[in-house]
Write a protein that binds this ligand. Structure first.
Ligand SMILES: NC(=O)c1ccc[n+]([C@@H]2O[C@H](COP(=O)([O-])OP(=O)(O)OC[C@H]3O[C@@H](n4cnc5c(N)ncnc54)[C@H](OP(=O)(O)O)[C@@H]3O)[C@@H](O)[C@H]2O)c1
Length: 307
């Protein structure tokens, strides 16, 4: 099997595509022949070394948090999956940029028939993030107003749809080139953040989902209703600002959750959720990470493990 290996922290230093022995599934694990691996900002954040203080990794490592593919072998005690099953999942903080991976069976779900394996490989991390932000941390309800910053990216484009499915009114920030795309996904008010300060045009909202951070997050308190929630997987909202706005600020790290992934798979099965993926060969992972670092992707970028 082949994998992208990082021998040293730092931007793409020691970044090689090499042959390795096939991994062997342990207790509760399965071996997956990978069809595709999703590319996420966390991959280049891990690679840079910025996260090594709280997520120490043994070098060399293989980046990548999610895959889709076919189960090739079962480890001891796995009863929920069979050899030949088509699965997808948020497998770990690293390991996904490879042609074969070992993953815990309890982090995987069956791939919905409506998605190709490449599409499915881009689903787990962004959709679990969007689901947990909206349903666990802000508990959105029908009739509420939700402002989503960074709406055209991987997490945002799923969050717009999940908020719409929940019956919320979606207001989204994105550059003008992404407005048609977001309107089709269900956003009813679009703000070109390059031209307009959102706080000058947005009526009060119940929830802000911040996928941008920095000044965008700081300015969001101004549009939050008293009692509202500002949730961000990017950086922790300021507690003093939350108190001044009489609102709640939440920061979270996405966790793997097969039950939630099954719910999400059901929404793809029914056609309520869609995903747009852009594909690069696994061997061009470096180029994919550079694109992700540019912060202007529409939808999701995935790596094709067959190329
Ligand atoms: N803590 C966790 O567990 C966790 C989990 C998932 C994600 N995250 C974080 O959440 C963030 C979003 O992730 P992602 O996968 O969705 O990233 P992404 O796909 O790279 O997001 C790219 C999108 O951001 C938009 N954007 C950039 N600057 C913007 C701005 N100032 N205002 C509005 N939109 C802007 C771009 O739209 P335009 O091209 O229109 O500018 C682009 O569509 C990342 O920082 C990621 O690390 C954290």
């Amino acid at each position: 099997m082949k994998a992208i290996r990082v021998a040293q922290y730092g931007q793409f230093k020691g970044f090689v595509f090499e042959d390795l022995p096939s991994p062997v599934p342990g207790k509760g694990e399965v071996l997956i022949k990978v069809a595709g691996s999703g590319v996420n900002p966390v991959d280049w954040k891990v690679l840079s070394g910025a996260m090594k203080a709280f997520i120490p990794l043994e070098l060399p490592f293989t980046p990548g948090v999610e895959v889709a593919g076919r189960v090739m072998a079962l480890g001891e005690g796995v009863s929920t999956l069979s050899v030949g099953d088509e699965v997808f999942g948020f497998i770990n903080i690293v390991g996904g940029y490879a042609t074969e991976v070992v993953a815990s069976a309890d982090r995987l779900a069956h791939r919905p028939n409506q998605l190709t394996a490449l599409q499915a490989s881009g689903v787990p991390a962004v959709s679990l993030t969007a689901w947990q932000a909206l349903h666990e941390h802000s508990q959105i309800k029908a009739g509420q107003r939700v402002l989503i910053h960074g709406a055209a990216g991987g997490v945002g484009s799923i969050a717009v749809q999940l908020a719409r499915i929940a019956g919320a009114t979606v207001i989204a920030t994105a550059s003008a080139a992404n407005h048609d795309y977001l309107q089709k996904l269900g956003a009813s008010q679009l703000i070109d953040y390059t031209q307009t300060r959102f706080e000058t045009v947005v009526e009060p909202v119940d929830v802000v989902l911040d996928l941008v951070g920095g000044d965008t997050q700081t300015r969001s308190w101004a549009v939050l209703k008293p009692g509202g929630v500002l949730v961000s997987p990017v950086s922790p909202p300021d507690a003093n600002q939350a108190m001044a706005a009489n609102a709640t600020g939440k920061h979270f790290a996405t966790r793997s959750d097969a039950a939630q992934l099954n719910n999400i798979a059901g929404l793809f099965e029914s056609g309520e959720l869609t995903i747009e993926v852009h594909v690069l060969p696994l061997s061009e992972a470096e180029e994919a990470l550079r694109k992700s670092m540019g912060r202007h992707l529409q939808g999701k970028l995935v790596l094709d493990a067959s190329l």
